[in-house]
Design a protein around this ligand. Structure first.
Ligand code: UDP
Length: 455
């Protein structure tokens, strides 16, 4: 194949949310280390940290995009739909500006956009720039979204309301049941299906990059490649391949000192990521169950995640009493450091994909309590495919919470899960090392940018 002069700039278009920003900025770091210049396109509602770690990146803001109050008023689902409508024209303007500054169209290697920023594909096509989709979830969740984008909406709505049906395995997606499918807690199924069909329609994109590894989901990756008919590059876990701090909230490091005082593998770490919300009654059942389990726990309660409460002040005194005995609460933790700490024996998680990769990447077994979307897919895989965790289904109840904690931290069963998690950790580390599958995949992607015929 004919080699042409290497294009040196990559334009990244992240979704303004912690779970999306973190991996795309890590991808930026990985590509920067391969010699590319990076331009990050921000929306007015900006969730990209301006940390010194990214001082070599160039940032540009799409004018007139939505703000934080739009997110509050519309909710995440409608916000994303509207953001895509609004940004299509203004992103063209932005890209035109980058090209003008650049002086030479050939200097842009490609536009890498988060799959939910699908407005990007029109502008890239108009300027005849190669575009690449970046998925911050795993390949299995992508496959699910492709399947859901094609379902009969009416039938699906009926099935999802039928309790018997919800427990059945979805025909094309074994071992996922109807209730494990990535439906959203943030709005009606109809709106969600619309977003899915837009996002899985990759248009003229020449490749898909996934923050996953073939040791985790080789058959979903193969299926995706077959369905999309473009190369699919699993290059993760990016937090191991190209760690780049991008926390948007201030990390409370006092919890590390607290962990230092705990026994090895004794602590259950609880965090529900950056978006999940909790019901007051669930918080109390959790506190009771954790307290009754007799295990120490470190709990991240994000301000605003409990209704009618800035933080925990609306919770009854009973809550503080339960926690004060053996718990420690912070508003936001240095999660990677926490998971790496020898005192941590288990992770109660909402199973966001970053948290899942971070936990498995440290060999920490999980208690899964998914909240929305792909978290349900991840939870099912954690419990029944990788077998490194237990899922809490149905109403939260202190007895089941206590039991789950003991299964994970105290019982033989938890020890087996930990061994399997450590096995996966080793495989994941090997995949991003020289010669590993994700390492090679990233190289293949970079080489494809240099080859005229492959874009
Ligand atoms: N996180 C963190 N400190 C916390 C809680 C979460 O740094 O106290 C980070 C976590 O390490 C992960 C991200 O926030 O990288 C959450 O992403 P994930 O995909 O798990 O969930 P989301 O926030 O998108 O629901």
């Amino acid at each position: 194949m004919e080699e042409k002069r290497a294009k040196r700039r990559i334009v990244l278009v992240p979704v303004p949310a912690q779970g999306h920003v973190t991996p795309i900025m890590q991808l930026g770091k990985a590509l920067h280390s391969k010699g590319f210049s990076i331009t990050v396109v921000l929306t007015q509602y900006n969730r990209v940290s301006s940390s010194k770690d990214f001082s070599e990146f160039h940032f540009i803001t799409i004018p007139g995009s939505l703000t934080e109050s739009d997110l509050k008023n519309l909710g995440p689902l409608q916000f994303m739909t509207k953001l895509n409508q609004i940004c299509e024209a203004s992103f063209k303007h932005c890209l035109g500006q980058i090209l003008q500054e650049q002086g030479n169209q050939d200097d842009i290697a490609c536009v890498v956009y988060d799959e939910y920023m699908y407005f990007s594909k029109t502008a890239a096509k108009e300027f005849q720039l190669p575009s690449v989709v970046f998925s911050t979830t795993n390949a299995t969740a992508f496959v699910c979204r492709s399947v859901l984008a094609k379902v009969n909406e009416e039938r699906f709505l009926i099935d999802m309301k039928d309790p018997e049906m919800r427990d059945k395995v979805f025909p094309e997606l074994h071992p996922l049941r109807y209730k494990d499918l990535p439906t959203s807690a943030f709005g009606p199924i109809e709106g969600m299906l619309k977003i899915y069909s837009e996002s899985v329609n990759i248009g003229t994109a020449s490749a898909v990059i996934i923050n996953s590894a073939s040791c985790l989901e080789s058959s979903s990756l193969a299926r995706l490649h077959e369905d999309l008919k473009v190369p699919v590059y699993p290059i993760g876990p990016l937090h191991i391949a190209a760690s780049a701090p991008s926390s948007l909230l201030e990390e409370d490091r006092s919890c590390i000192e607290w962990l230092d005082k705990q026994k090895p593998s004794s602590v259950i770490y609880i965090s529900l990521g950056s978006l999940a919300l909790m019901e007051t009654k669930d918080v109390l059942e959790m506190a009771w169950g954790l307290s009754n389990s007799n295990q120490p726990f470190l709990w991240v309660i994000r301000p605003g995640s409990i209704p009618a409460s800035e933080w925990t002040e609306s919770l009854p005194e009973e809550f503080s009493n339960l926690v004060s005995e053996r718990g420690y609460i912070v508003k936001w933790s240095p999660q990677m450091e926490v998971l790496r700490h020898p005192a941590v024996g288990g992770f109660w998680s909402h199973c966001g994909w970053n948290s899942t990769l971070e936990s498995v990447g440290e060999g920490v077994p999980m208690i899964c309590r998914p909240f929305t979307g792909d978290q349900k897919v991840n939870a099912r895989y954690i419990e029944s495919v990788w077998r490194v965790g237990v899922q809490l289904e149905g109403e939260l109840e202190k007895g089941t919470v206590e039991r789950a904690v003991k299964r994970l931290i105290v019982d033989e069963e938890g020890e087996e899960m930990r061994k399997r998690a450590i096995g996966l950790k080793e495989k994941l580390e090997a995949s991003v090392r020289g010669g590993g599958s994700s390492f090679t995949s990233l190289d293949d992607f970079v080489n494809s940018l240099k080859t005229k015929d492959s874009m």
